[in-house]
Design a protein around this ligand. Structure first.
Ligand code: FES
Length: 156
């Protein structure tokens, strides 16, 4: 399932909610990504027009923050914690395993599953932590990771 492209009217509505202020660009982009999951080239151009910014200004902010995806995410989002407590408990090895297992690098999508880094899921006591489709899992081994990902694939 491809995330919906946000329409011009909705984008305009969000811009107005933030007072059409260029200094609110990050918050506007967050609202757009909350709604549709990504920021299209068309949306970048519209934001530039409506906020009286250059396309390069908007593009620069979108590319600076990894959370502002420029392509639709997969149906399933797998986030792996990269912060200190998880790194100390094998998070790096788990991330390498996830890359191999999913066939996708960080910020990439394969077979409708998007792999993303995250910096602390508030589950440090149960490191390494992973979030799959909004649900947090702790003490995730490589075997457990494959089971969790296998379960989302089975639900399709
Ligand atoms: S450091 Fe990974 S959940 Fe906090």
């Amino acid at each position: 399932m491809v995330a919906p492209r946000i329409d011009r009217e909705t984008t305009n509505e969000i811009v107005r909610q933030f007072g059409s202020k260029p200094e609110m660009l990050v918050q506007i982009l967050q609202a757009i990504v909350m709604r549709s999951g990504w920021v299209s080239e068309e949306t970048i151009r519209q934001l530039a027009d409506e906020l009286n910014l250059s396309r390069a200004d908007v593009f620069g902010v979108v590319t600076y923050y990894h959370d502002f995806r420029r392509e639709p995410p997969g149906e399933h989002i797998v986030k792996i914690c990269q912060a200190e407590a998880c790194q100390a408990m094998g998070g790096r090895e788990l991330t390498d395993h996830a890359r191999r297992s999913l066939g996708a690098g960080l910020h990439e999508t394969k077979d409708d599953v998007t792999l993303e880094p995250v910096y602390c899921l508030g589950n440090c006591a149960c490191a390494p932590a992973v979030m799959i489709d909004g649900k947090t899992h702790g003490r995730v081994t490589q075997l457990r990771f494959d089971e969790l990902v296998g379960a989302i694939k089975e639900r399709r």
